[in-house]
Design a protein around this ligand. Structure first.
Ligand code: SAH
Length: 216
């Protein structure tokens, strides 16, 4: 009984998260809103922190890493303008929550995480949810996944001082890439679009705060 109550409470909190943190800000894409309402974010947090999963802030996921604030996940997902047929590369999949959101919107998600324990835990959570269109590799995401390239979208969830050219080269023509660019205390969220005419680069958030994209 207690378990059922907890589950209902989480559903309620998720609905409120969508109303108060997403709809009231700039999230308007109905599919993004729907998916954020569906994915049980609390299952990706450490035991004992689940009850704070729907708070309007990032949360620790262990190993000095953080799950992004729900609004940030929704904002980046919306900006990627995913299609059902898209292949997405995610760098720094951490606890796997953003991976699950992407997996429900795209055809396939190729995710790379550098911390083995996070890879293991996120894989367990993603498998539990039955998301079988995700491949999650342990390794240095700065190298991308050349065998699976090109990608229609690339999402980098850790900041870099410069744009990693290798990742950009793995973007398909018509592809979109989102990456926080540093320095650490002055990070901007940047969107790169590759099309037939070349490359467009624009800032989509003036301020953001991510952990660093580390050397493998
Ligand atoms: N979207 C994730 C964010 C986790 S924080 C979530 O919601 O949980 C960023 C993640 O990037 C961390 O898990 C960190 O281990 C990972 N990371 C940092 N540098 C990396 C690299 N070079 N390759 C792959 N993952 C990296």
């Amino acid at each position: 009984m207690a378990l059922v109550d907890y589950k209902n409470e989480m559903v309620l909190q998720r609905t409120q998260m969508v109303e108060k943190q997403l709809k009231s800000r700039s999230i308007t894409d109905p599919i993004v809103l729907h998916v954020m309402e569906l994915v049980p974010r609390h299952l990706f947090l450490e035991e004992g922190l689940g009850f704070r999963a729907y708070d309007d802030c990032p949360m620790p996921i262990g190993y000095g890493q953080f799950i992004s604030q729900p609004y940030m996940v929704a904002y980046m997902t919306q900006a990627l303008q995913l299609k059902r047929t898209d292949a997405v590369l995610e760098i720094g999949s951490g606890c796997g929550y953003q991976t699950a959101v992407l997996a429900l919107m795209a055809k396939q998600v190729l995710a790379i995480e550098i911390i083995p324990q996070l890879r293991e835990k996120s894989l367990t959570a993603l498998t539990k949810l039955g998301l079988n269109n995700v491949l999650l590799k342990l390794g240095d995401g700065r190298l991308g996944w050349p065998e699976m390239a090109p990608f229609n979208a690339i999402l980098v969830a850790a900041y870099s001082e410069t744009l990693p050219k290798i990742l950009f080269d793995q973007l398909a023509v018509g592809g979109r890439m989102i990456i926080p660019l540093g320095p650490e205390n002055n990070q901007k969220l940047v969107m790169i679009v590759k099309d037939e005419n070349g490359v467009q680069r624009r800032q989509i958030l003036e301020r953001c705060r991510f952990v660093p994209l580390v050397n493998g």
